[in-house]
Design a protein around this ligand. Sequence first.
Ligand SMILES: Cc1ncc(COP(=O)(O)O)c(C=O)c1O
Length: 424
Amino acid sequence: MSQLTATERRERLKQYHDRVTETVESPLCFCFAADIEREYRQLRSVLDTHYPDSRIFYAVKANYNPAILSVFRKLGCGVEAFASCELQAIRAAGYAPGPVLLTGMNRSRSELATAMRWGVDRVLVDNRDELRRVSDVAAKTGSTVDVLIRVNPALNIPTKDKIATGKESSKFGLDVDSDVAMATVSEVVSDANLCLSGLQVHLGSQLQTTAPYQSAAELLIAFAAKIRAETGAVVDVVDLGGGFPVPYQEPVPTPAEIVEEMARGLTTAAADHDFPEPTLYIEPGRRLIASALGAVGQVGAIKNRPDTCYTVLDIGSNIITENWDFPVYNLTASGPETAKYTITGPLCISNDIIRKDVSIREVSLGDHIAIDKIGAYSISATSYLNASQRIPVVLVDSDGKAKLVRPREPCSEVVAIDGEETEL
Ligand SMILES: Cc1ncc(COP(=O)(O)O)c(C=O)c1O
């Protein structure tokens, strides 16, 4: 299954938009299950080629709609999920606890207890304080938990600063050279309810080069070898996180190039340290979901200004929360894509800009404009600025059947919680 071209993607959005436009008012969003299936299968296939002993855990935070999660479940994909409401979402999607990797860095005892009582037994731990809560709760619930320790690899991460998590100054993970890291590992090793399963890093999102994956793999194997030397414990999992980038406009490293780099790092370092090649976990979010979703809004105003022409849509940065060069198409007009516009949302903030000076077909009032590949960290990061409603989502399954999997929230629901009063 190859990627659709931009023209094919535009025509597909138009076809489904025409079909549902009478039933679902603008703005709305489409999710194409076929795109998720293609990305997942391609990734699985490159893993099978370069590092077969591996598992994929979809990072639920990228998009947690239960109907969409059930597409992942049917593919046999694991999930990396935050405690509390993400756990609720995967349960609603029909997931059993087996393929779950519980993520986080400050989970409460009650969140951990809920997860463990349900049967989650694979927990990523970021710090020693939280490890003690994991240990207490495991003992109280009679659970045996496989622990993965998150490491801060202190690398230069080739992406936007605010989504670079594997740099030294980030809040995530333990510094391998610190005493705390080895002390934390020792606590796991000596705890009857815990089993030291693996080491993890998450470098960041939308990585522009592959080299950090090899460095991270080498660093984790070197740390694993040190752990074996000091405690006798042998970790059997190395988790290299997410970060697989999406070609929004510019070319980016492919999943095959990244997996090859990971495999090279793991096999070389394992040979160097005479260490058994571990099982590889990866936690991709963005790459598996971004291109599956396209939003469609309607033009309510066109404003010529000295520097640009603003096209004002009914969908804004409350939904399109990230700032990438998302493909934009005019679904209504025909003709060449040569007219330049700055596409904005309706919100009362000046940075409510979706794309600056993008060339599309000439726009008229009422036209439907698609913002494509917005599936990652958009709906899941929606804001309620201006008490805006969240966007409805139509899921198109791989047989072409469309169903509404998230209705538009009525305003009464948007303000209901804020209006609720309780005497204290
Ligand atoms: C621990 C962890 N794993 C995986 C991911 C997924 O990253 P991406 O969507 O870039 O693949 C994230 C994203 O924030 C994360 O925090």
